[in-house]
Design a protein around this ligand. Structure first.
Ligand SMILES: O=c1ccn([C@H]2C[C@H](O)[C@@H](COP(=O)(O)OP(=O)(O)OP(=O)(O)O)O2)c(=O)[nH]1
Ligand SMILES: [Mg+2]
Length: 175
């Protein structure tokens, strides 16, 4: 496979599965994500999830992928998240793009009407790699540290172990 040259804006073929579905659209000229709609109305109880259709399929050039990201307004106002965020749309995928939403609000149901904007699609160039197996990897400053090795993370219950952890509340106020 040869790498596709970088072009902007990139021309992407799109097919409407729902003939009336609005095409993905950027809200502002500098936006990274083009909003996706649901073509089906849905109501999600607290904790419920659904796979919602967007009414479109696309053909990305090799060397690109599209990522289905959540919308911050829906997350902040309604507690709506994407279960698999960000969803990955492969260049070779010709099926309908779908959005796997979940209602994380503990009390309120959330309702989507047909053609409500539910997610945003970010198209990016992606690297293909060749993996070369070795017995030892080159040294690095981080080495195997991860998953909170630098400390200072929020934790319910306050101080943990020998590392000083802030409680959730202290962390929000203090940082
Ligand atoms: O949020 C998403 C994620 C994926 N897809 C589509 C496009 C993607 O190319 C295909 C497969 O996605 P993924 O590789 O994440 O799923 P999988 O569970 O690994 O399925 P597969 O075995 O088909 O790769 O499903 C979506 O429409 N929305
Ligand atoms: Mg896969």
């Amino acid at each position: 496979m040869t790498d596709a040259p970088r072009r902007s804006p990139l021309d992407v073929l799109i097919r409407r599965i729902d003939p009336e579905a609005p095409l993905p659209s950027y809200g502002h000229p500098g936006d990274a994500g083009a909003d996706l709609v649901t073509t089906e109305a849905a109501e999600l109880a607290p904790g419920e999830r659904a796979v919602l259709p967007t009414g479109i399929s696309i053909a990305l050039p090799d060397g690109y992928a599209a990522f289905v990201h959540p919308r911050s307004g829906l997350a902040a106002r309604c507690g709506v998240a994407l279960v698999n965020a960000p969803g990955t749309v492969d260049a070779g995928y010709r099926g309908e793009i779908k959005v796997i939403v979940v209602n994380l609000d503990p009390r309120e149901s959330v309702r989507f009407e047909r053609y409500d904007r539910i997610a945003q699609l970010v198209v990016q160039q992606v690297e293909k790699v060749r993996f070369h197996e070795v017995a030892e990897l080159p040294a690095s400053a981080r080495d195997q540290g991860g998953f909170g090795s630098t400390g200072g993370h929020a934790a319910v219950g306050g101080v943990q172990g020998g590392n000083r952890y802030a409680s959730v509340v202290t962390d929000r106020e203090g940082q």
